[in-house]
Design a protein around this ligand. Structure first.
Ligand code: IVH
Length: 664
């Protein structure tokens, strides 16, 4: 799709969303998705001025009136705000203000007033001779709707002002639905089987635009005022807020006076985490030059004042185009799909790849290449595609067909019953080998420093390694003169490979890369079977008796040990000089066969108590399951203790544990 088509598509999609949002008060997508698409449209339109269209959703903010109310013209128009997405945007804004203001600010803009950006809807209130004469919505900024009776029904909206207020006063503010009222309203709607409001803003809009003011009154709406449009010309924003309060209008007490843009940035960072605790929804902060004289002089662009800007908190969801689906082959041969995306800003970073989880998710959500997809990134987790944004073009694109052959070696990729993943069936698939080598050298396995992706690729490309054992057949002569591998690195790698031969048995087990066998289960297996040969000889039933080894893992172990790769390894590891250290059974044996879980506060570090238990023959686990045989209970033990009791598992105090293990 070229950029012209993309612009058209975005305009059509956003027009639909705008209608759903502003006119029907029932948004189709989250604000974050809407914002990210709007940003993309604005950027594309900036690159293509020849495609300018006054009807583009980017040119018009807010919705056209629905026709239920008398319309009101706003004079001057109610502007909107520019958006800043991060600290850089704020600094650029600060520089623009300094430049535009010139001498008036002597190059140092500020102070700024920073206010919470209330997620509600803008209204205008007009008072004449102290009485509320008009209350209107913002509409598209030029024309709004007369909702005077409804606004008058809101408890926070004064119908009369105290003596001393200007004879004619027009103010701007934000009507919002407190979080508690929003939750209560949605609970009620759920009970009535009616569609829920997506967010407090839409609920506020829906509640305000009611034919019956009593309905509005019952919803618990509230108001914060932040601008004097007519009736007084305060010198500063701070003064404006004070005057509004003196005249009995509700003003948000929360605000920050910041001397410089650095102080503003500090506020954006400090405020974000705590905002969830406020009783109203906040979707950002508004940064305003305190000096209103200069603010007026700097004027506005078409849409927004130059000396004010909205800082939007980074959204954790966005929408972007799915350009391709890449399927990678992991160590166990699992085919994992990754989404290749048109770059999109998400939670403060630019995202171009995201997890698509597995074949089933793609089918269930009917995700097709070319679709507009919703991407989420919460906290530290990898970004993931969570679904599509229904829209133009989806039906015309072919459904995605997940590969049934390995994209690397072309062998059949099979999906075993009960498994979520499809795996390459070729035991010597080069992709598997590469991932296996990387895994084998990783910390929890044989910990071979220097066996990173570069070296692994080099060894594979040069044909020095065809199977994992080949690593341990390498000689200094093999490595000599290899491109991209210096003499020192080569020597170090040889030493590391030597050291790997005597790593503890459990690490070697991890290195084998058997599906589901991680560090914990490897430890348990090493303790129980003491050698690779012992493990290979174990029956399925014996394996399943080991703590932490479920049926699926037992099956994988058997499959590996009896398969060609396992058999080959078993034969050659000894020849290659492997002497894995078996875990010492220095156990007093006091807890032999016990599966122990610790809970509550202990007098010694938990890791120490666990080590004592292990040295006495126990297997230590983190969670209580039906297999747990003993729970050691510290102070203030809660749910786990209750669970142990309900399952009838034996418990022991820490003192008893000390006595049994001889650890005092
Ligand atoms: S000042 C010229 N202050 O945010 C525009 N706006 O994205 C003056 N908003 O349309 C707006 N809280 O509906 C301002 N403390 C606040 C605000 C606020 C919420 C809304 C307002 C505006 C939108 C801009």
């Amino acid at each position: 799709m070229d950029e012209r088509e993309r612009i058209e598509e975005l305009r059509a999609t956003l027009t639909r969303f705008v209608r759903a949002y502003f006119v029907e008060d029932q948004p189709e997508v989250s604000d974050a998705v809407y914002d990210s698409l709007m940003r993309e449209l604005v950027e594309l339109e900036r690159r293509h001025p020849e495609l300018h269209d006054p009807d583009s959703p980017s040119q018009r903010v807010g919705g056209a009136p629905r026709g239920d109310f008398r319309t009101v013209s706003h004079e001057p128009p109610l502007l909107s705000l520019m958006n800043a997405m991060d600290a850089d945007d704020l600094r650029a804004f600060d520089r623009r203000v300094a430049q535009a203001a010139g001498d008036a600010l002597a190059g140092v803009p500020g102070p700024y007033v920073v206010e919470p950006k209330i997620d509600g809807l803008t209204v205008v209130l007009r008072y004449e001779n102290g009485r509320l004469r008009l209350g209107a919505t913002r509409g598209d900024g030029l024309t709004g709707e007369d909702v005077t009776p409804n606004l008058a029904a809101i408890a926070a909206v004064p119908r009369e002002l105290p003596p001393g207020a200007p004879g004619r006063l027009e103010v701007r503010g934000e009507v919002y639905l407190p979080v508690a009222s929003f939750d209560a309203l949605n609970r009620l709607r759920e009970a009535e089987g009616r569609p829920l409001f997506q967010n407090p803003r839409n609920a506020a809009a829906g509640s305000l635009r009611q034919q019956d003011p009593e309905v509005t009154a019952s919803r618990g709406l509230s108001l914060f005022c932040y601008e004097i449009r007519a009736g007084a010309e305060p010198r500063t924003q701070n003064e404006a807020l004070q005057l509004l309060a003196v005249w009995g209008l509700p003003v948000n007490p929360l605000r920050w006076l910041c001397r410089t843009v650095d102080d503003v940035i500090a506020v954006t960072e400090e405020f974000a985490p705590g905002r969830e605790r406020l009783p109203y929804a906040v979707d950002g902060l508004v940064v305003k030059l305190d000096d209103l004289g200069i603010t007026r002089r700097l004027g506005a662009t078409q849409k927004a004042p130059r000396a004010q800007i909205a800082f939007k908190f980074p959204a954790d969801e966005a929408a972007t185009t799915l350009l391709d689906i890449e399927v990678q082959v992991g160590r166990t041969g699992a085919l994992t799909p990754t989404a290749v995306l048109a770059p999109v800003r998400l939670a403060g970073t630019t995202v171009q790849r995201a997890s698509l989880h597995n074949e089933d998710l793609i089918r269930q959500k009917d995700i097709r290449i070319g679709d507009l997809v919703r991407v989420r990134k919460a906290g530290e987790i990898i970004p993931e595609v969570i679904g599509i944004v229904p829209g133009e073009g989806h039906e015309g694109r072919p459904p995605y067909a997940f590969p049934t052959v390995c994209p690397v070696c072309g062998a059949e990729a099979v999906r075993l019953e009960g498994e979520a993943v499809r795996r390459c069936s070729n035991p010597s698939c080069p992709a598997k080998l590469r991932e296996w080598l990387l895994h084998l050298g990783s910390r929890g396995a044989l910990d071979i420093d220097g066996l990173g992706p570069r070296t692994v690729d080099l060894l594979l490309e040069t044909g020095l390694v065809h199977e994992p054992e080949d690593l341990f057949r390498l000689t200094p002569a093999d490595l000599e003169g290899l491109p991209r591998l210096g003499e020192k690195s080569a020597a170090k790698l040889m030493a590391q490979l030597q050291a790997a031969r005597t790593r503890p048995l459990d690490r070697l087990l991890v290195a084998l890369g058997i599906p589901h066998v991680g560090e914990r289960s490897a430890q348990a297996l090493a303790e129980r079977f003491q050698s690779l040969e012992g493990l290979a000889a174990a029956s399925g039933a014996e394996l399943a008796e080991v703590a932490g080894i479920g049926e699926a893992t037992a099956t994988e172990i058997e499959r590996f040990m009896t398969g060609p790769v396992g058999q080959r390894l078993l034969r050659s590891l000894g020849e290659l000089g492997f002497r894995p250290e078996a875990p010492a059974r220095q156990a007093s044996g006091a807890l032999d066969g016990e599966i122990v879980v610790f809970t509550g506060r202990l007098s010694r570090p938990r890791s120490e108590a666990q080590a004592i238990a292990r040295s006495c023959g126990a297997v230590v686990e983190g969670d209580i399951t039906r297999r747990t045989t003993l729970v050691v209970v510290g102070e203030e033990a809660g749910q786990k203790l209750a669970k142990a009791r309900s399952l009838g598992i034996r418990t022991m105090t820490e003192a008893e544990f000390g006595a049994v293990t001889g650890a005092g």
